[in-house]
Design a protein around this ligand. Structure first.
Ligand code: ATP
Ligand code: MG
Length: 408
């Protein structure tokens, strides 16, 4: 029976407009794959026989997204839809970028340039599924397979070898043998790929339901070509178990990267992420998580408050999940610590300096001179409050500060 996929009405409208003007138009790539799998597509890409100038004429108002690649964006109900002209990628000059792209009026040619069979299908209600390379079959069997000769396809664009691993993680698919062999052979080519792009694929792998698929990066011999310090991470004997446990953890970049880097040490973890051009916020959070992964949090309220004070609330919650995933045998302990943290939050206890009942200005009014001494005094008060939250009131803290002023 012919497949019938559900297409949002905005996309349907775009396809119809193009068709009414005499052009072919299909949804293509990831959205066809996801719709066939019954997953919700992230975005709906449209492919058409119309040239970019023709697409612009059909819609009047468009955004030039990547004109040199034939992509024009049309807005419908505040959402952008990318419409790309059928194209053939020319020769690849640096293992990443085609030297030129040529437009074609043949859908088949456009599908042929795509990376994997499961990503090389097009669909329209009128024509049904256009599946020239056996993508539907591979979807059924859970297989990642290159369109055409794997070795050639990976040579054209080495990033595809990480995409193969990423899709195998996201879909829980096997990588077909010829594709796998080619990917192992071409692993050294990764040195040509920009680190941002490598990072994006690795991050998607870690955020997937099969974060342990990142072990394929090592199995395929790619890890020496990622960034310095990356291959050492795989020496960690607990890595596999931890990754497998982590699939149920929140899909947060810093948390998933921390699962991966937990035993690397905070300095190495941060260095790897910096080399991979990770954003600073994620690096900072990962650093804290890795640091505290290596520390035991004792079951006493002061110790718990101290750990809480070292990071944002949400990061603290991730830390406990990370510890639990790494050592399920410690679940009871983690539960106790989590209970203490929740109780502390419930009581509104001071765990940040800005929650202290006195400020620097209060101390200046008492006679402290602005500068390092004053900062140190606030630190001492904060330490005391962490140990004894009951004394976080103005009167007590001012009296305590005054006594310290006397000692100077
Ligand atoms: P996602 O769900 O991550 O968006 P996707 O399949 O839509 O997955 P994109 O990177 O958005 O992936 O690319 C859209 C489509 O473009 C792919 O399905 C594939 O057909 C094609 N494509 C993308 N990158 C490449 C590449 N490096 N080589 C060949 N084809 C590619
Ligand atoms: Mg996409």
């Amino acid at each position: 029976m012919a497949v019938k996929l559900e297409i949002p009405e905005q996309v349907e409208w775009i396809l119809n407009r193009l068709r009414q003007c005499g052009y072919e138009a299909y949804i293509v790539g990831g959205c066809v794959r996801d719709a066939l799998l019954g997953r919700k597509p992230g975005d709906w890409d449209i492919t058409t026989s119309a040239l970019p100038a023709e697409v612009k004429k059909v819609f009047g108002r468009t955004i030039d997204t990547g004109l040199q690649h034939g992509t024009v964006t049309v807005m419908r109900d505040h959402v952008g839809y990318e419409i790309t002209t059928y194209r053939i990628d020319g020769e690849y000059e640096d293992g990443r970028h085609p030297k030129e792209v040529a437009f074609t009026r043949e859908l088949k040619e456009d599908l042929r340039r795509r990376d994997f069979t499961i990503n090389a299908m097009a669909y329209s209600h009128e024509t049904g599924l256009v599946d020239i390379f056996g993508g539907e079959e591979d979807l059924k069997n859970g297989v990642i397979r290159c369109v055409g000769k794997a070795h050639e396809r990976f040579t054209e664009d080495v990033l595809r070898i990480l995409r193969a691993i990423r899709f195998s993680a996201q879909l829980n698919f096997k990588i077909e043998e010829e594709t796998w062999d080619a990917l192992c052979t071409l692993a050294p080519g990764l040195v040509q790929i920009s680190r941002e792009r490598i990072q994006a694929e690795l991050t998607k792998t870690l955020l997937s339901d099969r974060p342990e698929a990142i072990l394929k990066v090592e199995a395929a011999g790619m890890s020496p070509y990622i960034v310095p310090g990356f291959s050492e991470v795989f020496l960690d004997r607990e890595l596999k178990g931890r990754l497998e446990q982590s699939r149920l953890l929140p899909g947060e970049k810093a948390l998933r990267w921390s699962v991966f880097l937990a035993k690397a040490g905070e300095k190495n973890a941060a260095a790897v992420l910096r080399e991979l051009k990770m954003d600073n916020d994620t690096i900072r959070k990962t650093e804290v998580l890795v640091r505290w992964f290596g520390k035991e949090i004792e079951e006493n309220e002061t110790a718990v408050r101290r750990a809480m004070s070292a990071m944002d609330d949400v990061v603290f919650d991730w830390l406990l999940e990370l510890k639990e995933a790494a050592h399920p045998e410690n679940t009871e302990h983690i539960r106790t610590v989590r209970g203490m943290a929740l109780a502390s939050r419930g009581r509104g206890e001071c765990i940040r300096k800005k929650q202290l009942a006195v400020t620097g200005n209060d101390l200046i009014r008492l006679g402290f001179v602005p500068g390092p001494d004053l900062g140190q005094t606030l630190d001492v008060l904060f330490e005391e409050v962490l140990e004894n939250p009951g004394c976080n009131n103005r009167q007590e803290l001012l009296a305590r500060a005054e006594s310290m002023l006397g000692c100077k």
